[in-house]
Design a protein around this ligand. Sequence first.
Ligand code: KG4
Ligand code: ZN
Length: 341
Amino acid sequence: MEQKDILILAIESSCDETAAAVVRNGREVLSNVIYSQIDLHTLYGGVVPEIASRKHIEKINQVIEEALRQAEVSLKDLDAVAVTYGPGLVGALLVGVAEAKAISFASHLPLVGVHHIEGHISANYIEHKDLEPPFICLVVSGGHTHLVKVSDYGEYEILGRTRDDAAGEAFDKVARAIGLGYPGGPKIDALAKQGNADAIPFPKAKVADAPYDFSFSGLKSAVLNYLNGCRMKGEPIVEADVAASFQKAVVDVLTEHAMMAVEETGIRKLALAGGVASNGALRESVMKACEKAGISFYRPSPGLCTDNAAMIGAAAYYEYIRGVRHGMDLNAVPYLKLGEK
Ligand code: KG4
Ligand code: ZN
């Protein structure tokens, strides 16, 4: 017997993107609408939570209507409504959660709350139809740096995490220090292409007692010290070399730890996820390491690496078929842990 299609409307508002998508059976994106607030926050050099919440309120209905229109479906065609309920900025998350609850209540649709990182990981299912757990996923975003063992759909074991700054945060802070503006990741990525990655030997921090963990604050300080030193000595700063050398230090550590995880767990599939996964140097480095080791490599296309709602719809599908349902008491959880229900 043919199985009925499951159509999910997904909403994402955890940071500075107001997004909605309609996803069929977890892997087929019928629409994926993103209103990015980046230009607004660029003025202040980073995300201003209060502005983000207000803008989400202004845009969310429009974004949802557009997602339904592009998918050519109406609320009555849907099987569930899904929403990111953490982690993220509490005021921003609340806008999406309240909206999803209202739609769920008014349209008698089941409500599925999704963990934002689970969404990032699930972005891989959209373009890699053959990808199934178990696999190792390196999640690198503005707020998170996690090395995760995806044992099954919805089942995660965190092997390593950052002890301080997230990888994307380090990109953003270093970009600001060399005057590139916000968000810094894509700007460093572009500038580094013109620089020499071996010009400046920045440190690659290891965490002594936890080989899978990361630490980027020391690297960030080393870059800031290098810049101050040059300024004090009146030496010229070659920004492209700083960008390339910093990026290499981050990429090398991320690649090493991810490869160590595949070797030690024996799981021969590695995926990237999160905003930093759109970084050209990281994609190439991990791809080459996987080729060399004979490991299958997966990554979402750059547009699905950064925040979007299609990835939330993909994650929600697997939660939905596992029977996960949330009630009208669903709340935003700014520090929600992966795997916590
Ligand atoms: O996943 P994301 O959109 O939001 C969070 O959940 O945090 O990630 C945003 C982060 C920012 O720190 C941004 O600078 C970084 O991803 N990013 C990049 C690139 N594109 C975005 N970092 C390095 N290279 C890129 N090409
Ligand atoms: Zn994200």
